[in-house]
Unconditional design. Structure first.
Length: 206
């Protein structure tokens, strides 16, 4: 059984937002079209408390995109984004969310960032998604959304790690692309057995 997993299609990741992904809003109509084709739709929502550890503003002397060492390893620092309860954390207003059966919020622990829909960035704190999918007999995920090189990539890789079949719909994602990170992300996903397909192909498999 298949599900569409819509990753972080939120105002802050779209043009005009705090951590805007170039052309991030262009995925919205493509995703809406896909949502209609799938029997099951799941979303993630980046959902940080103010003062989150991943925010550069929490580390005096640091700027967004700096890397720092934290308890669980390297952490990229970001502009303040997707703060709980703010407009930036809301889904893009044109995203059709009515068919979403589950919305996983992530990144709400002040000291741990969370890119993946499955695990936080310590690689061990689960979001609960694996259990949810197994209990519902969902074995195949079609991943779309933002950003290709962070939350989409880590969700796809962890999906494979957890034993799911994973497709990423290429034109339904956009990336931040720091130093070629989008090209590297496609390669990493491909190497992990993630299948990269078009929206048309995804619809025929839905
Ligand atoms: C994301 C950086 C920080 C993402 C979330 O959705 O890809 N990237 N928080
Ligand atoms: Zn975030």
């Amino acid at each position: 059984m298949n599900a569409l997993l819509i990753v972080d299609v939120q105002n802050d990741f779209c043009p005009g937002g705090a951590l805007a992904v170039p052309e991030g809003d262009e995925v919205v109509p493509i995703i809406n079209d896909l949502s209609d084709a799938f029997d099951h739709v799941i979303q993630t929502q980046d959902w940080h408390p103010a003062g989150h550890q991943s925010f550069a503003s929490s580390h005096p002397g640091h700027d967004p995109m700096d890397e720092i060492e934290v308890e669980y390893g390297q952490q990229t620092l970001w502009p303040d984004h997707c703060v709980q309860g703010t407009d930036g954390a809301e889904f893009h207003p044109d995203l059709n969310t009515t068919r979403s059966e589950l919305i996983i919020r992530k990144g709400f622990r002040p000291e741990i960032d969370s890119y993946s829909a499955f695990f936080e960035n310590d690689n061990e704190t689960p979001t609960g998604l694996t259990g949810y999918l197994r209990e519902r007999d969902i074995d195949t995920l079609f991943v779309v959304g933002l950003a290709t090189d962070f939350c989409v990539k880590w969700s796809a890789l962890d999906g494979r790690k957890q034993g799911f079949d994973v497709y990423v719909v290429e034109e339904a994602t956009r990336g931040i692309d720091a130093n070629g990170s989008v090209a590297a992300a496609w390669e990493e996903m491909n190497d992990a057995g993630v299948q990269i397909i078009s929206a048309d192909a995804a619809k025929t498999l839905a």
